[in-house]
Design a protein around this ligand. Structure first.
Ligand code: SAM
Length: 288
């Protein structure tokens, strides 16, 4: 079967099946082979890999993933796409379709039952408003996943990938980088989809660490400190944490900052993840 990633092949399939695009399900299909290849190459898929693809659409990426992977589970919410996918993927024996909402699917169970409980690679091109929650769910709930390749708005990818003291650096950067190494795979212009969306996108890869690279004594407290530190931009870390609900007086926060070796007049957005870890560990010592 020919590649699906040309405008004519995609239009032919859509028309043949009388498919109607749903805006609320974020249905914009890729029609550029180079972009498809960049995404699949960026995902580093090898013959031993188990992949979960969320939102296969008409199967454009799915076909290229399946050619490289051991097995692909494709999770598609829209039941009107299932007969299309059965058709476009009919010659590939290593793809299994699941007609479900990824937000409701018991992913761990699917991995246990269908993918031998092995660590999977996740690939998703989804409506943007659910992408960040899904990424956070996969990394926070300890789902066995080794990497995540997602297409998201450029601004969100830049935030996930940001380093300290830049305008994009914030609690999302720390939350993602606590669990993962991040790498921008490619930028994707809006012109390579039908129908054309309003904004350009970026594909980012998150390599999930088996163990976080920093040691925090209390993960909840760590994320509370991070949230507090970013609660007011361009204010000192002392002022941010002092007016955040940390349950400690401002004088004590000053002492905690000093014992963590962090100057209280620095701004929250200049702290590295290591420094946040050190700070939250000092908080922990003080509170206990
Ligand atoms: N992967 C295809 C491509 O790149 O051409 C299609 C991507 S399209 C942007 C998003 C796809 O995600 C659609 O097929 C849509 O029906 C599906 N989708 C949307 N919400 C979903 C959900 N909650 N669970 C599973 N699939 C979903």
């Amino acid at each position: 079967m020919d590649r699906l990633s040309s405008p004519s092949a995609t239009k032919r399939i859509v028309e043949k099946h009388g498919f109607k695009f749903s805006k609320s399900l974020g249905q914009n299909f890729l029609i550029d082979s180079n972009v498809v290849d960049n995404i699949v190459e960026g995902a580093n898929i090898g013959p031993e890999d188990f992949v979960i693809e969320v939102g296969p659409g008409i199967g454009t990426l799915t076909r290229e993933i399946a050619k490289r992977a051991k097995k692909v589970i494709a999770v598609e919410i829209d039941k009107s796409l299932i007969p299309i996918l059965e058709n476009t993927l009919s010659d590939l024996e290593n793809v299994e379709l699941i007609n479900e909402d990824i937000l409701k699917m018991d992913v761990k169970k699917v991995i246990d039952e269908k993918l031998e409980g092995k660590r999977v690679k996740l690939i998703a091109n989804l409506p943007y408003y659910i992408t960040t929650p899904i990424v956070m769910r996969f990394i926070e709930e300890e789902i066995p996943v080794s990497s995540i390749v997602v297409m998201i708005q450029k601004e969100v990818a830049d935030r996930m990938n940001a380093v300290p003291s830049t305008k994009d650096y914030g609690s999302l950067s720390v939350a993602v980088q606590y669990y993962c190494e991040t790498e921008i795979v490619t930028n994707v212009p809006k012109t390579v989809f039908i129908p054309q969306p309003k904004v350009d996108s970026t594909v980012i890869r998150l390599d999930v660490l088996e163990n976080p690279k920093i040691k925090v004594v209390d993960k909840k407290l760590f994320f509370k400190v991070v949230k507090g530190a970013f609660s007011k931009r361009r204010k000192t870390i002392l002022n941010c944490l002092g007016s955040y609900d940390m349950g400690v007086s401002k004088e004590d926060i000053k002492r905690i900052l000093e014992s963590a070796g962090i100057d209280p007049v620095r701004r929250g957005e200049t702290l590295s993840i290591d420094e946040f870890a050190r700070l939250s560990n000092e908080f922990y010592k003080f509170i206990r």
